[in-house]
Design a protein around this ligand. Structure first.
Ligand SMILES: [Zn+2]
Length: 245
């Protein structure tokens, strides 16, 4: 089976009916596990509902670094209370793209999520845009081991450091045309790769809304780059997923 370890299926992007169709199209492509990631209070609640409704959907709860919450401790309490219904903490991390971003506050929030993931023994799905080095440093200092770097855009030095730490990368379907991700796949052992779509973003053909069915494009490109059959890559990545989650 194919697995999409990172996407967003909440009502900002998909109506309730659309999610059902998205799951059906994914199943037709043999995409049988879809990890829906929360980014804030209402999306986290929706993720729990989606995971309850569809057996293909698993939940990850978190607060995206660009979401400003009034009370982060309250949300962490909510996640702790629902820990039995989820398989990961995400999407969390740092985002320094906007020059006005409150970096210190983001770091404090991320630190809390790192500690929560360690406490709950769940993998962290990490967003690190323009803050790749800072994310790696914080994660190393924390001693967290179960880590997925999602859409990682850092350079080879950091990629090698992450590989040496034994963490994983999730490769988006946009690897079909994105040279950075192609180079990442070349550089990293297959045993440390997972696949994602980041739906509804990063469409593999740059055409409108992405969806989990298209995660197969990540697998295809990885198979091509690694010189392996699609079946081998599918099997190996399922093994990577089961080991980590
Ligand atoms: Zn995302």
């Amino acid at each position: 089976m194919f697995i999409d370890v990172h996407c967003h299926l909440d009502s900002r992007f998909y109506s309730a009916g659309e999610v059902g169709e998205v799951v059906e199209r994914a199943k037709k492509e043999n995409v049988k596990l879809i990890v829906a990631n929360g980014i804030g209070i209402s999306e986290n609640k929706e993720v729990i509902e989606l995971a309850k409704k569809y057996k293909e959907i698993r939940g990850a709860l978190g607060v995206h670094p660009t979401e400003i919450l009034r009370d982060i401790d309250e949300e962490i309490e909510f996640i702790r209370a629902n820990a039995g219904k989820i398989i990961a903490i995400g999407e969390v991390g740092l985002d320094f793209l906007e020059s006005g971003a409150d970096r210190e506050k983001q770091k404090k929030v991320f630190q809390k999520f790192i500690e929560l993931a360690i406490e709950l023994n769940k993998p962290l799905i990490v967003h690190s845009r323009k803050a790749e080095k800072e994310c790696v440093e914080m994660l190393e200092e924390s001693g967290a081991k179960k880590i997925v770097m999602h859409c990682f855009s850092g350079g080879f030095k950091l990629i090698d450091r992450i590989s040496a730490n034994g963490w994983s990368f999730s490769v988006p379907a946009s690897v079909k045309y994105n040279e950075h991700f192609q180079n990442l796949v070349r550089r990293v052992e297959l045993s440390q790769l997972l696949c994602e779509t980041d739906s509804p973003f990063l469409h593999p053909l740059r055409e409108g809304k992405n969806e989990p069915a298209f995660v197969v494009e990540s697998y295809r490109k990885i198979a091509e780059i690694k010189g392996k059959s699609l079946k081998e890559v599918e099997r190996e990545i399922e093994g990577n997923f089961r080991k980590l989650f």
